[in-house]
Design a protein around this ligand. Sequence first.
Ligand code: KG4
Ligand code: ZN
Length: 342
Amino acid sequence: TQTPLILGLESSCDDTAAAVVRGRDVLSSVVLGQAELHAAFGGVVPEIAARAHAEKIDHCVEQALMKADVTLSDVDGIAVTAGPGLIGAVLAGVMCAKGLAAATGKPLIGVNHLAGHALTPRLTNDVPYPYLVLLVSGGHCQFLLVEGPEEFTRLGGTIDDAPGEAFDKTARLLALPQPGGPSVEACAAAGDPSRFPLPRPLLDRPGCDMSFSGLKTALLRARDGAMAGIGGLREQDRADLCASFQSAVSDILAEKSRRALALYLDRSPAKPTLAVAGGVAANGAIRSALQAVCAELETEFVAPPLALCTDNAAMIAYAGGELFTLGRRSDMSLAARPRWPL
Ligand code: KG4
Ligand code: ZN
C-alpha cells in the first residue's frame, strides 16, 4: 500500500494554515499569519481570529494544493485540527474540512493540535517510538513520553503559565511587538543575561513540573527598578532584561529536561531521544541549552526547523497520515474542542 497523500488544515490560534504531505514528504505548507490584525490589541482577539480564519482558509487550501501540484481528487484524506484552541478559530477549520470531505467523499481525520506538535520530530527526523518530547508553546508546556500516534504519557509540565505566554507578557512589559518570543529573543542578543538575577522556580523540587508565573512578577520588579529615577527604559536595560529572562527560562527547561530524561529512563529501556516542539522551540538560546544537556547525557537531541516548530498544517497532515494508516476516520459529527488533553 502506498503512503497516503494528506491535506492538512490548521486554525487553532492565529495562524491559518494548509499543507499537503505524503509521509515525511512535505509537498507544500502555507501559513497565513494574523499578527497585524491583533497588533493593536496586544494579544490574540478570539473573535477577530475566527473571522480571519473563515475568510482565509479556502484560499489557503487552494494555495497548498496548487503549490503541491495536486488536486483534491488526488488526496487520500483530509486532516484538520479539532482542538485544543480558540473555539471559533478551531471551528473555522473544522467546518472547512467537513465541507471539503462532504463535497469529495474523502475521509476526514480530526487531529489534536498537541499531537501534531508532539509528532513533528518524526516528520522532520524520522525518530522511532518511543521518545521524549518537550512541548513548549504559547498555551502549553509539558514533557511527554510518546509511544505511538495516540499514546502520550505526561511526565510533568507547567503548574501555571506556559513559557510562550511568559515571553509574550515580557514583550508587553517592555513595549516590544507581539508575538513576544521572536522580539524578546532578538532584543536579548545585545543583552547581559547575568545583569538581573531572576528566579528559577521549582528547581529545588523533585520531578519535572515547572512554573513561569513568578518570573514575570520578578521581571516587572526588575524593569521598574531599572526605570526608577529616569522614568523610562534605556535600550541596554531592555536588552539586559530580555537576556536575563531568556536565560532563566532556558535554565528551567534545561534542568527539568535532565529530570524528565531520568524519569523516561525509568520507564523505557530504549536509547533516549529528546525532541522539542512548539513555538518556543524556535528559540536559539533554549535550543542550545537543551542541546548541551543532551550532549552531557549522551542523548540524541532533535529540534525541528523553525517553520515546523511554530503553528503549521504540515504537522497536522503528518499526524493525520499516521492516524489514517491506523484506520482512524472521523465522521461529520467531528466537534471542535476548546480543551482536549492528550
Ligand atoms: O506553537 P505556537 O506557534 O502556538 C501555540 O501556542 O500553539 O507557539 C506560539 C508561541 C508564542 O507564545 C510565541 O511568542 C512563542 O511561541 N515563540 C517563541 C519564539 N517564537 C515563537 N518563544 C521564544 N522564542 C522564539 N523565537
Ligand atoms: Zn501550537
